[in-house]
Design a protein around this ligand. Structure first.
Ligand SMILES: [Zn+2]
Length: 313
């Protein structure tokens, strides 16, 4: 099953999916915490946000998109109430997450049992839901992590271990933001030690550095590869990495997306927003360069359905 903001759906219903977008990143941590911990929302701002974000979703839908993955974790202001309303108004699936939701210095204060306690919190989110709307417990569909740059910090390592624990317990996949290819090697050491299931692990932003050797290593390990910054003017660069992963025989492990912030883009212009670039630029560019539209659509449908399918049999 795939867990969306309107409840669980079978994987066959997911359809063409943008697997890494931001509906609205929230910079006010206090507000983000209030939404996540107290399940309190600002109704008025939800109403005005809808005016901006619904048209974006409808544009995506018109181009053939059926589902969107909200990649903002709770402290990034994931707003379950807004997501639920958007999903209803646009009649599209939206997959929410649990995950990174604290000041990382907390690890220095509470290092003991940190991994266990954090994992327990995420397991609780899955079992009890992030909130209950229309009588439905809204469960997270995956665990979102954001690792910093440089060497893997103790806090990041602990969060990674917590995510593996919570993933093993619930079946939720892990969506892990890693900007520097060098860090992937450190992450692999941790995952190996924890005997993690690589098939439940996505390297989000593998296209940031597009470091081919590391991408090859990650794919051979079994990681999913996020080519998720397909934005205006980037088709050439993105296709190069995409082609490389296809040539390695790992086309079934690629997740394609744009990583736009819908609200920010809508505020700039609802007429000229770039949130359908993958359909407008990337797919035609691929067709011109030997990959049929049908094939991309199949990859954007089957791969997310396989990655986000939480099957705990
Ligand atoms: Zn993102």
């Amino acid at each position: 099953m795939i867990y969306t903001v309107r409840g669980a759906i079978p994987k066959s219903e997911l359809g063409v999916t943008l697997e890494h977008e931001h509906v609205k990143w929230e910079y006010d941590e206090c507000l983000a915490n209030t939404m996540y911990f107290d399940k309190k929302y600002q109704e008025e701002s939800i109403q005005s946000d809808l005016e901006y974000i619904v048209p974006i979703l409808l544009d995506i839908k018109e181009k053939g998109g059926k589902s969107v993955v909200e990649a903002s974790p709770p402290i990034g202001g994931q707003n379950i109430k807004l997501l639920n309303e958007l999903s209803k108004r646009a009649d599209m699936n939206i997959i929410p997450c649990t995950g990174w939701n604290m000041t990382k210095q907390l690890y220095d204060v509470f290092p003991k049992y940190f991994e266990e306690q954090l994992a327990n919190r995420w397991i609780k989110d899955f079992k009890e839901g992030l909130d209950t709307i229309d009588g439905i417990d809204i469960r997270p569909g995956y665990i979102k992590l954001l690792l910093d740059r440089g060497l893997l910090s103790n806090a990041d390592k602990a969060m990674l271990i917590a995510a593996v624990k919570a993933s093993k317990e619930t079946g939720m996949p892990i969506h892990c933001h890693i900007l520097e290819a060098k860090m992937v090697h450190e992450v692999i050491q941790v995952l190996d030690k924890e005997e993690a299931d690589y098939n439940k692990f996505l390297w989000a932003h593998a296209d940031e550095e597009a470091h081919k050797e590391t991408v090859k290593l990650a794919a051979e390990k079994g990681m999913w590869i996020g080519i998720d910054n397909v934005r205006k003017g980037t088709s050439k660069k993105e296709l190069e990495l995409f082609n490389y992963v296809l040539s390695l025989g790992f086309g079934h492990k690629v997740l394609l997306s744009q990583d736009y912030d819908f609200y920010t883009e809508a505020k700039k212009s609802l007429e000229e927003h770039p949130c359908t670039t993958i359909f407008d630029e990337f797919i035609p560019y691929c067709s011109e360069n030997g990959i049929e539209k049908q094939e991309i659509i199949r990859i954007m449908t089957e791969n997310p359905a396989n990655f986000y399918d939480v099957d705990m049999e």
